[in-house]
Design a binder for this molecule. Structure first.
Ligand SMILES: [Mg+2]
Length: 263
């Protein structure tokens, strides 16, 4: 491969940790990345908490990371809203932490003045929120947007994608206008802004062919699929990753980007 790898992006759930427990070798891998001069970041579609909380969470697990290493769908949502000209008033179906994060970026939660219904991963969902959002979509025909598309969060827990399907079941007129997180372009825009590199200089590391590898493929990034105990993908299934590592810890040696010749 001709282009040097400058940035390594990691999915979190199922890639770096599972149920809050790091996979073996992750602390050493991050130390090696910090020493190497390669840029790296963690990409998450989870919009229940803001990026600062994620940085704290990863540091508590022993990873030497800062705020600049975290890229969340909540941040991508702000880029999306600005580009679409939606807000500052929004009806937000999301957690208090998600609303607080958005408020810090100039977006207000409002029923009366809402210009769009924004759906996140709402672990504090109530019937009242469902009712108010339904009224705004059906009576005021507001656009429906979301922080990310995942129907189910590992657990399994009902996630934003299930809510999008729920609202769309109300009436054929209800359509999803835009979604910010993986595999959509706004989170890629966040990557470009944060790391100032071209897609071909980025390696995406994840545990799901259908989301992580697909995301990499859609934007011209290279990809490493990590199995972490799972089965390899069925032969000839697309998109095929550029490398398949049996475990995330192996990125420190056999699957270290320079070892793969990606320098
Ligand atoms: Mg994952």
């Amino acid at each position: 491969m001709g282009v040097a790898a400058r940035t390594v992006l990691f999915d979190l759930d199922g890639t770096i940790y599972l149920s809050g427990v790091l996979y073996p070798g992750v602390v050493e891998l991050i130390d090696k990345l910090n020493a190497s001069g390669l840029q790296f970041g963690f990409l998450t579609n989870n919009s229940t908490v803001g990026p600062e909380s994620y940085a704290r969470r990863l540091r508590a697990l022993g990873l030497d990371v800062g705020r600049r290493h975290i890229l969340t769908s909540a941040e991508a949502t702000c880029l999306m809203l600005h580009e679409l000209g939606l807000g500052p008033d929004l009806y937000i179906v999301g957690t208090r932490a998600f609303r607080r994060y958005l408020a810090g970026r100039g977006f207000r939660h409002s029923y009366d003045d809402a210009q769009a219904v924004l759906v996140g991963f709402d672990t504090e969902l109530t019937y009242r929120k469902l009712t108010e959002a339904t009224r705004l979509l059906l009576e005021r025909n507001l656009p429906l947007v979301a922080s990310h598309p995942d129907p189910v969060c590992p657990g399994p827990l009902p996630d934003a994608g299930m809510l999008l399907a729920y609202f769309q079941a109300a009436d054929p007129r209800v359509a999803v206008k835009a979604v910010a997180g993986k595999p959509h372009r706004w989170i890629m825009e966040l990557v470009r802004q944060r790391f100032a590199c071209a897609p071909e200089e980025v390696i995406m590391v994840g545990d799901r062919q259908n989301t992580d590898v697909r995301f990499a493929h859609a934007f011209g990034m290279r990809s490493i699929l990590v199995l972490n105990g799972g089965s390899p993908p069925a032969p000839h299934t697309q998109p095929w990753p550029d490398a398949i590592a049996p475990a995330i810890g192996q990125l420190i040696d056999a699957y270290w980007p320079p070892s793969l010749g990606w320098t």
